[in-house]
Write a protein of this length. Structure first.
Length: 206
């Protein structure tokens, strides 16, 4: 088995060496001299062909000039269009700002309306005096006003000697008290002065 393997290795090495030698042979050969390249003689163009070439060149030049003019006009049109678009953009921006202000104003108005409705509902739900309690309060107010008016009139009609202290300025003092304290002063006047008659005051003084 070893002999067979060694034989195969030798065969492979021999084949590789042969391929390498055959690939290097063309490189080692001297290069053959090339024949000198012949230059073609330039023939002069005929006048008809030259004129045709010149006409074609001039036509192409005119076409390029016309195309350049067209491009210039197109550039001017594009510039004008760009300015129009910028103007429209500014107008749209101003319109957008106006709409935003209107929306903000409408939102604030809606908030104010909601606040007013809430206040109206709160006022409607607030307790109000009514029924028997309201009638009692009204009667008390009317009686207090009548008592106050009666006390003022009675005080003005009394003489200086008809007051308990029978002083010179008692009448003036009681008028000031009644005007300053209204119903409370009227009650004090009723219990201190009004319930006493002229005879009682005279007897007391004696």
């Amino acid at each position: 088995m070893r002999k067979i393997c060694c034989g195969l290795v030798l065969v492979v090495v021999a084949v590789c060496a042969w391929q390498v030698s055959s690939a290097q042979e063309p490189r080692n050969r001297p290069s053959e001299p090339r024949a000198p390249r012949r230059e073609k003689a330039v023939r002069p163009e005929p006048p008809e062909l030259r004129e045709r070439h010149e006409r074609e060149f001039r036509e192409r030049a005119r076409g390029l000039e016309e195309r350049e003019r067209d491009l210039g006009r197109l550039a001017e049109e594009l510039g004008a269009r760009r300015m129009e678009i910028e103007e429209q953009a500014r107008h749209l921006d101003a319109e957008r700002q106006r709409v935003e202000r209107e929306i903000e104003f409408a939102r604030r108005e809606q908030e104010l309306d909601m606040r007013e409705r809430e206040l109206d509902q709160a006022a409607a739900s607030a307790p109000r005096p009514g029924g028997l309690a309201g009638l009692i309060v009204l009667v008390v107010l009317v009686l207090s006003c009548l008592l106050w008016l009666w006390a003022i009139v009675n005080c003005l009609k009394r003489g200086d000697d008809e007051f308990p202290a029978r002083g010179r300025y008692d009448k003036l003092i009681w008028v000031i008290v009644l005007l300053a304290s209204s119903a409370v002063g009227a009650l004090l006047y009723l219990f201190l002065v009004g319930t006493r008659s002229h005879k009682e005051t005279t007897t007391t003084g004696a």
